[in-house]
Design a protein around this ligand. Structure first.
Ligand code: 6PG
Length: 410
């Protein structure tokens, strides 16, 4: 940090017994490292990454490793790899997931690129990564920009699952009249069953969180407009460019965009009337249907993301090991869930599986929940609740499971 005081305060904040050194110039920083140097950047994607590279470059030497741990677009990473290759500096694109908590307690780490560079940093990354049954959540993701590609798709899946969770929240809150405490109970229970995952866990928790200013619940103070840093959009853009079908992720991106038309939505509510209809059915039954919808929907989101990775791996010559991807997503990252344990076994057994929906164990899970999902979605649609994400998941399933589509007519 260019500010002395901040560098000093970072040193002071370090956990006792550990060594953290704050520096204020690029020269002092680079000079403090042993050669070959190994530097990890965590700066916002885009221009800031190029600026840091520019600043460091004259100070670096042959064999040094520069790691970009931010959410960079994979095409930028490919460009940077080539630019630095000529200077004999290894540039590694590396996805990191886990947010601020992951930074302290162990994230999931997705490195790709030069194999020798990976081997040089492997012991350090394994030491800091999250662990699942002692297994570190870091592995080599493949050639070129594979690390950032895998992280991009991870975020696409994240957008899609968050969208579907929000749909179940709306229906239970407005359609069934559940209050924040009851919602906390429902999601906490789901988090102890097949849906056990970080996103369901933090969803349960948010309903209990108090707002400091009003003393009410924080969730009720948050405006229903979501921005986005862009990784979900990139996933969809790339999927469209390459002809990969990932409709739930596409919808999740569009729904965030639609959320920003708040004033137009309010006008439309004036035109079409109050959209919050009570759902006249036993509460427990509807909750079970929504749980099954979210379960099948989540499986389908992972299936779409993994199928995209499989296709992109071949098209971009990345050699992404799918089993390793789901292995390191089992802990530390935002989309970690118990479901990934099953998917790991599946990819170990069938590394070339084109789509998770083709696996027998996955089919059993879907068949067990499908009818209930349909009833839940039908009920929501009939009452006028938007279920764009869940419906896109079901629509994908109903299309994918069909040997014949009406595209002959198109
Ligand atoms: C993570 C997250 C993190 C962040 C994304 C998405 O894996 O730790 O994916 O990278 O949540 O940047 O942010 P937006 O939802 O704001 O685009």
């Amino acid at each position: 940090d260019m500010d002395d005081a901040k560098a000093l305060s970072l040193e002071k904040e370090a956990t006792p017994g550990t060594t953290v050194k704050g520096v204020t110039t690029a020269e002092a920083f680079i000079a403090s490292l042993k050669r070959p140097r190994c530097i990890m950047m965590l700066v916002p994607a885009g221009k800031p990454v190029d600026s840091v590279i520019e600043e460091f470059l004259p100070l670096l030497g042959e064999g040094d490793i520069l790691i970009d741990g931010g959410n960079s677009h994979y095409t930028d990473t490919i460009r940077r790899i080539h630019d630095l290759e000529d200077k004999h500096i290894h540039f590694m694109g590396m996805g990191v997931s886990g947010g601020e908590k992951g930074a302290r307690t162990g994230p999931s780490i997705m490195p790709g690129g030069d194999v020798d560079a990976w081997k040089a940093v492997q012991p350090m990354l394994e030491a800091v990564a999250a662990k699942v049954q002692g297994v570190p959540c870091v592995a080599y993701m493949g050639k070129g920009a594979a690390g950032h590609y895998v992280k991009m798709v991870h975020n696409g899946i994240e957008y899609a699952i968050m969208q579907m969770i929000s749909e179940t929240y709306l229906i239970m809150h407005k359609g069934l009249g559940l209050d924040n405490d009851q919602l906390n109970e429902v999601y906490s229970k789901w988090n102890q069953e097949e849906l056990e995952s970080y996103l369901v866990e933090i969803t349960a928790r948010i309903f209990k969180r108090r707002d400091d200013k009003t003393g009410g619940r924080l969730i009720d103070m948050i405006l229903d407009e979501a921005g986005a840093k862009g990784t979900g959009k990139w996933t969809s853009q790339d999927a469209m460019d390459q002809h990969y079908a990932i409709p739930v992720i596409d919808i999740a991106v569009s729904m965030r965009d639609l959320s920003e038309y708040k004033s137009e939505r309010e006008l439309a509510e004036g035109v079409y009337g109050d959209p919050d209809k009570h759902i006249d059915a036993p509460t427990e039954k509807v909750i079970a249907e929504l749980k099954n919808a979210l379960l099948v929907g989540s499986i389908i989101c992972y299936a779409q993301g993994m199928s995209m990775l499989r296709k992109a791996s071949a098209d971009l010559n990345m050699d992404i090991p799918l089993a390793e991807v789901v292995k390191i997503w089992r802990g530390g990252c935002i989309i970690r869930s118990v479901m990934l344990d099953k998917f790991y076994d599946i990819y170990l057994k069938s590394p070339e599986l084109p789509n998770l929906l083709l696996d027998e164990a996955v089919a059993q899970m879907i068949k067990g929940a499908e009818a209930s999902m349909r009833r839940g979605i039908a009920r929501a649609v009939e009452a006028g609740y938007p279920v764009s994400g869940l419906n896109a998941a079901l629509g994908y399933f109903d299309s994918y499971r069909r040997g014949h589509l009406p595209i002959n007519l198109i």
